[in-house]
Structure formats: structure tokens, C-alpha cells
Design a protein around this ligand. Sequence first.
Ligand SMILES: NC(=O)c1ccc[n+]([C@@H]2O[C@H](COP(=O)([O-])OP(=O)(O)OC[C@H]3O[C@@H](n4cnc5c(N)ncnc54)[C@H](O)[C@@H]3O)[C@@H](O)[C@H]2O)c1
Length: 317
Amino acid sequence: MARKSVDQVRQVTSIGAGPIGGGWAAHFLAQGYDVTAYLHDPAEETGLRRTVETAWQCLSQIGLAPGASPSRLRCTSDLGEAVAEADFVQESVPEILEVKQALYEQLGSLVPADVVISSSTSGLSMSQIQARCATPERTVVGHPFNPPYLLPLVEMIGGEKTDPPALDWAADFYRHVGKAPLVLTKEVPGFVATRLQEAVWREALHMIENGEATPEQIDIAMVTGPGPRWAFAGPCFTYHIGGGEGGMAYCLEQFGPALKFPWTRLEAPELSDDLKTQLIAACDRMAQDRDFAQLSGERDKGLIAVAQAWQKIGKLT
Ligand SMILES: NC(=O)c1ccc[n+]([C@@H]2O[C@H](COP(=O)([O-])OP(=O)(O)OC[C@H]3O[C@@H](n4cnc5c(N)ncnc54)[C@H](O)[C@@H]3O)[C@@H](O)[C@H]2O)c1
């Protein structure tokens, strides 16, 4: 299938007006594209434009492409019109298989056949999402990390009916727009990054449930310990450095046997009412009357500082 080269892309369609659809719209606008947002409910336009406006404050600090402007965002609730001129489609509708399948059934005939459609899904498989799509060869997963306009990672995988060149094209395109695509070889539930997060989240809930640590203690431990280290080297290479002169080999020899016990006693915690109440109350305490706009603004400020540190000193892995 002949398709435009990635530097010929001019028009991107973002489907969905939640934090992810809105975040992607902001990212592509900042990269200098014309962006069409498909709104399932026209009443979402104000919220979508607010998401873009908030993101723009960060994006202007990081640097905008020549000609980039939020005024190049067009909204429509006509799906056919939204995708008719698209050179790339990023889908970010709710994480409900039936909703995605029904949408891809429509997109299959509405989106020009050479155009890649990429799903932001956090864990559904593309083989399932594309099941009712008449042109599934160009459908891929492009799973961002929130907020998509600041975090570089995009986890990628095709489904059983995806043409490998479509996946390659999408990875090149994401690279072209400043993302860090991670192309996986297997359709793994939760991909890689979410799966790692889930492991940490499972342990956090476990400790709260057992009265071993409060949510505040868990968050302090992460932010002042593993968190900053992991911003520069992942869990594997971190242990290589932690092993000193002996590196990973010494680390495995020294700590491996001792880890067998914690690994084998871990299990899924029960999400009981009491656990939910404790967590919600703790997060309300930590928020200290700051609303979502303030909190996400402070988060974004921190992420920009991390990105600037990467630019200055690079990453270890
Ligand atoms: N929230 C996150 O942290 C996060 C991170 C990475 C990926 N994702 C994934 O991105 C996707 C969107 O996540 P979100 O948090 O923005 O979701 P959301 O529920 O906040 O927003 C979904 C949007 O899709 C619209 N929509 C609903 N039904 C639709 C339909 N039938 N057709 C078209 N649009 C429809 C909604 O009106 C809304 O604008 C999901 O697949 C999710 O798993 C989420």
C-alpha cells in the first residue's frame, strides 16, 4: 500500500475529547499540523479547547513548530467529515471493546485506505478492536502516556490483520513528531509500561490494605527513592549500576535468592470499600484544596523540568 511519506502529513484527526484525545490534539497542533477533532457530543468542544489551552502553556515553553497555533483546531461531530482529509487518525474513545469495534467498523470505510488509524487503547488488543473493520491492515495501537503532549512514550503493536509496513510507518511518524515509539513484538495485555505500573500499584494497595504503609508513605517513598532514579535509567539498568563493579551479575547473585520470598507471597489485593475509603481520603489530604487544573499544571511543570534534564544530561538507558 503506497502512503504519503511522514513529512508530507499535513492534517491529523483526533477522535475523542477526553484527556487523551484533547492531549493528542494539543501535541499535533504544537507540531504545526492542522488538527480536526471529532466530538461524539458537540457540547464537549469547550472542554476540549480548555484542555488544548492548558497544554499550550507548557508546549510554548518547550518550543512550538513554525506556524503552530491552537487556531488550527477544527471541531466537528460528523465522523465522515472529520476523517475525509486526514493523513493520520489517532483514536482515543473510551476503553470499551464494543465502542471501539463499532467505531472501527465505521472508520474502515470512511477513512481513506492508505491512512493509518492508531488507537490510544491502554490494554485492549488490536486483533479484537479491528475485528469488524473492513480495512484492518492499517490499524495499529499507539498507546501514549498521559499527558500525551509531554511524555514521549508511545507503545505500539499491530493486530493479527495489521500489515507490518503500516506499523513501521506509524512508528516513523511518531518519531517525526517527537515521540519515542516502542514497537512491541507481542500483543501483551497492558503492554509494558502499564504492566510495570500495575505491579507497583498492586503492591501499594496491598500495603495499605494490610496496614503496612499509608498512601502518603507510599507516595513519599516513590518520589524520593525509585522515582527520580527511574527517570534516567529503567529498573534493569538501575540494578546493573547498583551492583557496583560486579554489575547485574553480582546484583542477581547477591539479591536474587532473597527476592524469591517477596515475589511468591504477592497476590492481587481485594479492592474493599475500606481500602477505597482510605485511598480517597488520603488523596484528598494530599491535594490540599488544589483543584484538577492546579494539580495537572504542577505535574506538567515537573515533567517539563525532567524533559529539560534529559536534554541537558541525557538518559542512561
Ligand atoms: N486516561 C489515561 O490516563 C489514558 C492514558 C493512556 C491511554 N488511555 C486510553 O485512551 C483512550 C481514551 O481515554 P480517556 O481517558 O481520554 O477517555 P474519556 O472517557 O475521558 O474520553 C473518551 C472520549 O470519547 C468520546 N466517545 C464516547 N463514545 C464515543 C463513540 N462511540 N465514538 C466516538 N467518541 C466517543 C467521549 O465523548 C469522550 O470525549 C482509552 O482507550 C484509554 O484507555 C488513557
